[in-house]
Design a protein around this ligand. Structure first.
Ligand SMILES: Cc1ncc(C[n+]2csc(CCOP(=O)(O)OP(=O)(O)O)c2C)c(N)n1
Length: 279
């Protein structure tokens, strides 16, 4: 983080952070702070909600209204905050396990409702905090401590999952392409409905070591050399072709009524009807 951003947006008393040397989460946390700064949001109007995991520690380091909740439940808590005060910009920082394994049901239903949250996933393809178990985004064949001979499951494409569940803004970023990723987070925050930005992090300690990806610099170089910058669905590329590539860009942005605005309308309508009935 550039020092001006650190002074403005970090709880420096909580430093040093717990992330391993070479972890990508710091870059992604900085991108979130930069996006907030670019928009010019006031500290008091921003709420950062996280679950549990390495990624979720970001809520402790960022100096806004923050809640560090329970594993998998960040989106549920964020839904409560947004419903209580729709004027707040509620940003969820979550891990791939947090939001798509234990929290997968909360994710799809929040997307279906199109509630105005911005969800930023620090996706390191593994359970970092608990020692490298494979997660729903571990690529098929890759290893984790619970998949020593290779993971048999297919991995989720989280942005496509969120979009097909109803998210009206779905995008993919990474650690290497800082400007593009910051811009996508910024656009996600400005978007009125449910925004989802799946950001490829790097975890040299667990994912990198288990999968012989080299050190942090090698993993960053990999992102540099294997990222395709492209908006929209990649109809021309097969799933197999994309298996070893990262796509950064806006998958889709669509219009649909936002949940808290519809909820407000419902309350107003019922208040009018009950007043009329009382006359
Ligand atoms: C209900 C519950 N189950 C399991 C755990 C243990 N646990 C803590 S973090 C974590 C996985 C985190 O993985 P991920 O969400 O991918 O985040 P990362 O640490 O990789 O950023 C698990 C299983 C927990 N804290 N609470």
């Amino acid at each position: 983080m550039a020092s001006a951003l650190i002074e403005k947006y970090m709880r420096t008393e909580h430093l040093p952070h717990i992330w391993c040397a070479g972890c990508g989460n710091g870059i992604l946390m900085r991108n979130v702070a930069q996006a907030i700064d670019n928009i010019g949001l006031l500290h008091d109007n921003v709420v950062i909600v996280s679950g549990i995991g390495c990624s979720s520690r970001a809520a402790g380091y960022l100096d806004f209204n923050t809640i560090h909740t329970t594993h998998g439940r960040a989106i549920a808590f964020a839904t409560g905050v947004k419903l209580a005060n729709p004027e707040l910009e509620v940003i969820v920082i979550t891990g791939d396990g947090d939001c798509s394994a234990i929290g997968g049901n909360h994710l799809i239903h929040a997307a279906r409702r199109n509630i105005g949250l911005t969800v930023v996933v620090f996706n390191n393809n593994i359970y970092g905090m608990t020692g490298g178990q494979y997660s729903p985004t571990t690529p098929t064949g890759d290893s984790g401590t619970t998949a020593p001979y290779g993971n048999l499951d297919r991995s989720f494409d989280l942005a496509a999952l969120a979009y097909s569940a109803g998210a009206t803004f779905a995008a993919r970023g990474n650690c290497y392409h800082v400007r593009q990723t910051t811009d996508l987070i910024q656009r996600g925050i400005l978007h009125k409905g449910f925004s989802f930005i799946d950001c490829a992090s790097i975890c040299p300690t667990y994912y990198g070591r288990k999968n012989k990806r080299g050190d942090a610099a090698d993993m960053m170089l990999w992102q540099k050399e294997n990222t395709i910058i492209r908006d929209g669905f990649s109809e021309s590329a097969s799933a197999v072709e994309l298996r070893d590539k990262l796509i950064v860009g806006l998958l889709a942005e669509t219009d649909y009524p936002e949940f808290t605005a519809e909820y407000r309308k419902l309350i107003d309508r019922l208040a009018k009807e009950s007043k009329k009935n009382a006359e």
